[in-house]
Design a protein around this ligand. Structure first.
Ligand code: PL4
Length: 407
């Protein structure tokens, strides 16, 4: 008799974002005609830039001609794109080889799948709060024990709170796989070089590996802050980095990302090159390469013109962040993030529970936010506001909050 993967039954709750969608739909059905403004999911709204559109179109046109048509490409990605990604890192002073770059269909699948190349006995550490994919994928992959209330056995939660500026201390115990995200979803905090160095030193000492999610690195404007963990010396020996075109170039629907797996990485039973070859084996077996059209768009996004145009869109979203930041602060709320990141992390008024506040915000201001507790136990009592959105919707949402939210 066939049996299911019982790890799915360990999952403590439904995936955060569909749950938000379910509650919003429910409200909408009961309040027809009410305009709902969505600052919940971090979803891009502004059109792709002319250079990117030109790149995508050239990808389509190549497919229309027998001389330039391509079918399956390399599972690891188009060599031109892998080299362009290496050049992007070279601007940060980071030297990578193209076979350390794996092009993918986004940071979410990579951050969910990467656990599969590590032993199920590995002890996982996550920032708390964190993008829920890290925890849920490890639950499904059998790396955790069962849920104990809102936490899972065998996961080490590294609290990120006001006291530590929303960046954790290195774990006291020995852990094997450490997920870090900077700029952080959901808190908007950005790790300094010194903070990352602490984790690189810990990983080196404990033969641990850091999974560094830098999906929002292009939102860092403070030049002293690292955009890649490889800016820290020693990181190529102990860190995998995941990034994406979703937030840097508006590819949330186009789908394109990458994962850097340095050959230098080692594990207890994996000498030089082995972890890189395991990820290569995983990808060649379970992934058939990113869309060739999307990759032409990605190549265009990484040209000088593409980068410059997208910088304009990033600044547009960051102006949204400033508008939200100043409005919520003026209301007396405690607002964090939103300076080098497109998310604002806000303390709920009167210590309200996150989901309770979600319902209040929706019913009084008709604005969808993301409840902090959906990102982990330390997120309780906070909510996240996304700065992605058309300016007029952001302004309308902020006015609704100022005029109608009773706090
Ligand atoms: C909604 C830290 C958003 N349905 O688009 P990708 O796959 O290249 O990147 C996904 C991703 C990866 N890493 C981090 C992220 O924050 C995200 C996107 N997160 C959010 O609102 O938190 C979109 C979420 C999507 C989901 O379920 O993940």
């Amino acid at each position: 008799m066939v049996r299911i993967n019982e790890n799915y039954d360990k999952l403590a709750s439904s995936y955060l974002f569909p749950e938000i969608a379910r509650r919003t739909k429910n409200f909408s059905e009961k309040n027809s005609g009410v305009k709902i403004l969505r600052l919940g999911i971090g979803n891009t709204t502004e059109p792709l830039t002319p250079t990117v559109i030109k790149g995508l179109k050239s990808g389509v046109e190549k497919l229309a001609d027998v001389k330039t048509y391509t079918g399956y490409g390399d599972e690891q990605g188009d060599l031109r794109l892998r080299k362009a990604i290496c050049e992007l890192y070279a601007r940060l002073g980071v030297s990578l080889e193209h076979d350390e770059v794996f092009v993918s269909d986004g940071a979410k699948p990579d951050s969910a799948n990467i656990q599969s190349i590590f032993n199920t006995a590995s002890v996982i550490a996550v920032q708390d709060p964190a993008y829920p994919v890290y925890v849920d994928s490890n639950v499904i992959g059998g790396h955790t024990g069962k849920a104990n209330g809102v936490v899972y056995e065998k996961i080490v939660y590294m609290p990120c709170n006001e006291e530590n500026g929303f960046f954790p201390q290195v774990p006291k115990e020995k852990v094997d796989l450490i997920y870090l995200c900077s700029p952080n979803n959901p808190t908007g905090a950005v790790a300094t070089k010194e903070q990352l160095k602490g984790f690189v030193d810990y990983a080196t000492k404990n033969k641990a590996i850091i999974i560094f999610d830098s999906a929002y690195s292009s939102y860092i404007s403070d030049k002293s802050l690292p955009k890649s963990i490889y800016e820290i010396s020693g990181a190529k020996d102990c860190a995998i980095e995941i990034n994406s075109f979703s937030k840097s170039a508006g590819f949330t629907g186009v789908r394109l990302g990458w994962c850097i797996v340095p050959k230098n990485l080692i594990a207890e039973d994996a000498p030089f090159g082995k972890i890189n070859s395991l990820w290569n084996r995983r990808q060649t077996t379970m992934f058939n390469g990113a869309s060739n059209i999307a990759q032409e768009g990605g190549l265009a996004a990484l040209t000088e013109e593409g980068l410059q145009e997208n910088q304009g869109i990033i600044e547009y979203y960051m102006e949204n962040a400033r508008i939200i930041h100043s409005a919520l602060s003026e209301m007396g709320l405690k607002v964090y993030g939103g300076i080098n990141a497109p998310y604002l992390w806000v303390k709920t008024p009167n210590n309200m529970k996150s989901w309770e506040f979600f319902d209040k915000m929706l019913s009084e201001a008709h604005v969808v936010i993301t409840p902090g507790s959906g990102f982990g136990p330390s997120g309780e009592g906070y909510f996240r506001v996304s700065a992605f959105g058309h300016r007029e919707n952001i302004v309308e949402a902020v006015n609704n909050i100022k005029n109608n939210l009773k706090i």
